[in-house]
Design a protein around this ligand. Structure first.
Ligand code: NAD
Ligand code: MG
Length: 405
């Protein structure tokens, strides 16, 4: 394996932690060339001390202060700021691999820039594909970039696909590859066995306490509403070039099978492992080779019960909305993503209830479909303009709701 130069965008988050833990174990294979962080800059500073990257990206307003701090510590690191700084790092000619681990729409511009620059992209930022799926996939195809999913489900599917599809030599063809459907597994989140009323009453601490995975706050709330699985359904349609009705969602509460591919001959291939993001990240970092990830091996003698349940689309309406949005097209998926980000923020700020998120998303989706139709000029500017309008409208929906309460 030649030594790869890595940029970790979103280095201070949960995916950032898992990525850097692997990179620290394999310093002969990887160089941490660049890091970025938006909040928790003390943590970013400690990472700079530990990994001594060549470049670091922070919010624009923090560039000068951060540079002075690095200098005082005797660290000579180039500090860049804002979206421009992130784009600069994502397209830096010294960078081989970009780990796209910023949360939400904020990660789209730099991820798309990396795709256009032909980088090897390890994609955690699912929102980029939900907002700009076709644009992203076209950019990857045109530039010759390599897109490796590290969302655990998509990484599992990737590992179960035929080699020529993995290596992007062809798209999935029903006839040639004989794929019947994909099974996207979901844990069901903390409310799987709770009633809708219990879900309605849940506080923030309860909602972000995931049974199997330890993750950032936004994706934890998305897991509680199953919006995460909805976003992943849309992500899978784009990554694997399949319509939404070829992708089935099944709840598998133990999170041991990370997803499956069903073939026409009756075979179902699954990827299994302990629920730890270091496995898919290590797979993608070293693909097509394999490296140590530090993950505890799966002990099948301890796995007496692997179960599967059909999701309840009334309780988890966000999953239904995601299918609806995928059928309706890009303006609808942009709308759903933007509305959901605002609704999740409002829930985390204790302005609305957990179950209000689906209602807000549904109202926003009606607005988006009426306002934008089903087609969009596929430029980043158009996508971001639409995203901004939906955010404003959703704030307005939330204000109405909180006034009524
Ligand atoms: P997190 O909240 O722990 O970390 C988010 C990172 O993004 C941080 O480094 C933060 O500083 C940065 N960030 C936040 N807002 C930003 C902005 N406006 N501009 C620039 N940077 C910003 O989130 P996470 O759990 O690590 O998730 C990151 C992404 O990976 C999400 O898209 C999530 O859906 C996806 N993902 C996460 C997991 C997981 O296990 N955590 C699993 C699969 C996919
Ligand atoms: Mg996932």
């Amino acid at each position: 394996m030649t030594r790869q130069r890595i940029a970790v965008l979103g280095a201070t988050g949960s995916i950032g932690d898992s990525t850097l833990a692997i990179l620290a174990m394999a310093e002969h294979n990887f160089e941490v060339y660049a890091l970025s962080g938006h909040q928790r800059l003390d943590k970013l500073f400690a990472l700079c001390e530990r990994f001594r990257p060549t470049r670091v990206a922070v919010p624009s307003a923090s560039v000068d202060g951060f540079a002075i701090r690095l200098q005082a510590a005797g660290l000579s690191i180039d500090v860049v700021g804002g979206d421009e700084g992130l784009n600069d790092i994502a397209t830096d000619s010294e960078v081989d691999t970009v780990v796209a681990a910023i949360v939400g729409a904020a990660g789209l511009p730099s991820t798309l820039a990396a795709a256009r620059a032909g980088k090897r992209i390890l994609l955690a930022n699912k929102e980029a594909l939900v907002m700009a799926g076709q644009v992203m996939m076209d950019a990857v195809a045109n530039s010759g970039a390599t897109l490796l999913p590290i969302d655990s489900e998509h990484n599992a599917i990737f590992q179960c696909l035929p080699l020529d599809v993995q290596q992007s030599r062809t798209h999935i063809h029903d006839s040639k590859h004989g794929i019947r459907n994909l099974w996207l597994t979901a844990s069901g989140g903390p409310f799987l066995h709770k009633s809708f009323e219990q879900m309605q009453q849940a506080g923030v601490a309860e909602a972000v306490k995931h049974p199997n995975w330890s993750m950032g706050q936004k994706i934890s709330v998305d897991s509680a509403t199953m919006m995460n699985k909805g976003l992943e359904l849309i992500e899978a349609c784009h990554l694997f070039n399949l319509p939404e009705d070829k992708i089935s969602v099944v709840i598998h509460p133990q999170s041991i099978i990370h997803s499956m591919v069903a073939y026409n001959d009756g075979s179902v291939l699954a990827q299994m492992g302990m629920p730890d993001m270091k496995t898919p990240i290590a797979h993608a970092l070293s693909y097509p080779e394999r490296i140590e990830s530090g993950v505890v091996p799966l002990d099948l003698y301890e796995m007496s019960d692997l179960s599967f349940i059909k999701p309840d689309l009334q309780k988890f309406a966000c999953l239904r909305l995601a299918r609806q949005a995928m059928q309706a097209g890009m303006p609808a998926t942009i709308t759903l993503n933007a509305a959901n980000e605002i609704a999740v923020e409002a829930f985390l700020a204790e302005q609305i209830r957990l179950t209000d998120i689906a209602d807000i998303n549904e109202q926003a989706l009606s607005y988006g479909t009426a306002e934008f139709g089903t087609r969009i000029e596929a430029s980043l500017e158009d996508i971001l303009a639409m995203d901004a309008r939906v955010r404003m409208h959703t704030q307005h929906l939330i204000a109405q709701l909180t006034r009524r309460a």
